[in-house]
Design a protein around this ligand. Structure first.
Ligand code: C5P
Length: 214
């Protein structure tokens, strides 16, 4: 069983995927975390030759998608927390807009999914990474609702960003994700549209659960 979910920043993909993964024994793969890790690599090891650096990065996903580490230059770095920081969000578009980096990461994502029962989320999963997935969903919510969710998430990490700034960041990221030349975020024709504005996490999980068991 392969479940593919795409959607804009803050649409609730990762929270709902974790619930579904547990309930239906699927391996959860957060592809945004992989792009974020490359952004981290660019900050710590430099932006030059980033394609080569991405190729030399090994991703270690543990605890069913709750923990991500990278093996780079013979060292292992646990990036679970660091990749959620605002400076990474600001930097990630640089890696995500590079065609060759995308090719490398798409291959690694497909290898993770090969022969496994997975739930994978990102921006190009239904369109590029797993176009033949059994279930394809486009998850979204209004920018204001998504900003509210991100604001709370950052608040819990003691990152003091203003709501207005978070909203601005969400809109900026939408614009970048949707207008990107390489694999832009779009709702593929055969993906089910799920607008989560005003829905609780449990309600969204129930809707996806119904698709899985039907
Ligand atoms: O999902 P998340 O917000 O963690 O993703 C961070 C960024 O990584 C996105 O804004 C997008 O630019 C990029 N991304 C991507 N393709 C994916 C997943 C994420 O371009 N499949």
């Amino acid at each position: 069983m392969q479940v593919a979910i795409d959607g804009p920043a803050g649409s609730g993909k990762s929270s709902v995927c974790k619930i579904i993964a547990e309930k239906y024994s699927l391996t959860y793969i957060d592809t945004g975390a992989m792009y974020r890790s490359i952004a981290w690599i660019s900050i710590h090891f430099g932006e030059d030759n980033l394609v080569e650096k991405a190729g030399n990065t090994e991703f270690i996903l543990e605890d069913n998608g709750r923990k991500i580490s990278v093996k780079y230059d013979n060292n292992v770095y646990d990036l679970t927390k660091e990749i959620r920081m605002p400076e990474i969000s600001a930097k990630v578009a640089f890696a995500a807009s590079n065609r060759d980096i995308r090719k490398i990461l798409v291959k690694k994502q497909q290898a993770f999914a090969e022969g496994s029962d997975v739930i994978m989320e990102g921006r190009d999963i239904t369109t590029v990474v797993l176009p033949n997935a059994d279930i394809k969903i486009y998850l979204t919510a209004s920018p204001e609702e998504r900003a509210k969710r991100r604001f709370k998430e950052w608040e819990s990490m003691e990152q003091n960003e203003e709501y207005a700034k978070v909203l601005e960041e969400i809109k900026k990221r939408d614009e970048m994700d949707m207008s990107r030349k390489e694999s832009p975020l779009l709702q593929s024709e055969d993906a089910v549209l799920l607008d989560t504005t005003g829905l609780s996490l449990e309600q969204v999980a129930d809707k996806i659960g119904e698709m899985i068991i039907s």
